[in-house]
Design a protein around this ligand. Structure first.
Ligand code: ADP
Length: 377
């Protein structure tokens, strides 16, 4: 849309007709003030501005346009019958004009100029949009790059810690074996097992995170007994944390159709977190309930440090670690993110209820049949 501004309506009508016959849509204004109002409301591609007008003249309109960052680049062509000397033409360009035509003008030349200016204006808009997008992308890449660097450094540190312990315990085991102190070497070897389990879990989490990113965390469904599954998971935890008690509450004697290995991973994660983030508590609770709608709920409760309410929603985000954890406990902040993905893929829900200083209750709920298709035995 082109805006034509002239205080003489006969000029406006003639120019509007001509432009229309050449395929241009136009809007008109009979004064500088009216023109400004319309320019602010509508996005024009070009403005044809009469210089000599009572009230606000063409130069003043152009200067006012220059003050608005959004519209300051709209091309302006001045038309003038009176002010034809060099001084006035210079003033027109200084006010922001792209061109200055003196009446009477050749309409074909005007049309050519209009087309050229509109094209140039559009190219400028596209270029600045492209520039903006590129700048945004550069910023995002920089951010991603620095996050990646940060992650690599945290991950290396996390992997290095159990690796160093592993090496230390192996040396101790070797020494005690040589001196014939088999009891001690047994203890050290058990420690190497626990450190290598930690390493195994960390590497597993890293691999899972890559799989989730690539949409390749494929579940393998089977039918299994839920109570036996809970018991065997408790046994695994007992092996890694022999001194910690897990109190089992509730009973759900159900056959479940789900990915047992992945659900075990979720439960182990909840339980190890409950142990890790409640170092002074003597027991952790594992509660199971049958819910309406053929769903099972599993809760892991601890009496640990708890999580402030404003942090709870982000716990299942990738790499998120609450400050309280950051300073005192090691971790990558990936465990709960992976748990969330696994539960989501089971068409389930997950969440946490927690109070700082009192403890947390992490839960997940899954349908007894986690897929639509249930094979018959
Ligand atoms: P990580 O334990 O490696 O940090 P997770 O994804 O398992 O990673 O947990 C994310 C964050 O959630 C932890 O850093 C911690 O802040 C918080 N969190 C998880 N479980 C508990 C818990 N039982 N008690 C208190 N905070 C917890």
């Amino acid at each position: 849309m082109i805006l034509v501004v002239d205080d003489k309506s006969e000029n406006l009508i003639t120019l509007q007709k001509t432009l229309k016959s050449r395929g241009f849509e136009t809007e008109t204004a009979l004064s500088g003030e009216e023109a400004l109002k319309k320019i602010i409301q509508t996005e024009f591609k070009l403005i044809i501005l009469d210089v000599q007008m009572p009230g606000m003249d063409g130069f003043e309109v152009a200067e006012a346009i220059g003050g608005f960052s959004k519209i300051k680049d709209i091309p302006i062509i001045f038309l003038s019958a009176v002010n034809v000397n060099k001084e006035f033409i210079t003033k027109g360009y200084a006010a922001g004009a792209r061109d200055y035509l003196v009446k009477p003008f050749d309409i074909d030349i005007l049309i050519l100029k209009i087309k050229t200016f509109i094209r140039l204006h559009q190219q400028t808009i596209e270029l600045s949009r492209m520039q903006e997008t590129l700048l945004e992308e550069i910023e995002q890449r920089k951010l991603a790059e620095s996050k990646k660097d940060e992650f690599i450094s945290i991950a290396s540190h996390e992997l290095n810690t159990p690796l160093t312990s592993l090496k230390g315990y192996l040396q101790l085991a070797e020494r005690t074996l040589k001196s014939g102190d088999f009891e001690k070497s047994g203890v050290y070897l058990a420690q190497t097992k626990s450190q290598s389990d930690k390493l195994h879990r960390l590497v597993g989490d890293l691999l899972d995170s890559t799989k989730i990113q690539a949409g390749r965390l494929n579940l393998v469904y089977s039918r299994f007994d839920f109570e036996s599954f809970l018991q065997s998971t408790i046994d695994i935890i007992h092996q890694s944390y022999p001194g910690r008690k897990i109190a089992k509450l509730g009973l759900v004697e159900q056959q479940v159709y789900a990915d047992q290995v992945r659900l075990e991973q979720v439960l182990i994660n909840y339980l190890t977190n409950a142990i890790k983030y409640a170092p002074d508590a003597d027991q952790v609770f594992l509660e199971v309930n049958l819910l309406s709608g053929s769903r099972i709920e599993v809760r892991v409760k601890d009496q640990g440090m708890g999580i402030p309410i404003d942090k709870q929603a982000r716990l299942f985000d990738k790499f998120y670690r609450a400050e309280e954890a950051l300073n005192h406990f090691q971790g990558l902040g990936m465990g709960l993110y992976i748990c969330a993905e696994i539960v989501k893929q089971h068409h389930g829900e997950y969440g946490v209820e927690s109070e700082p200083g009192k403890g947390s209750s992490f839960y997940f709920r899954i349908p007894i049949n986690c897929t639509e298709y249930i094979p018959f035995e």
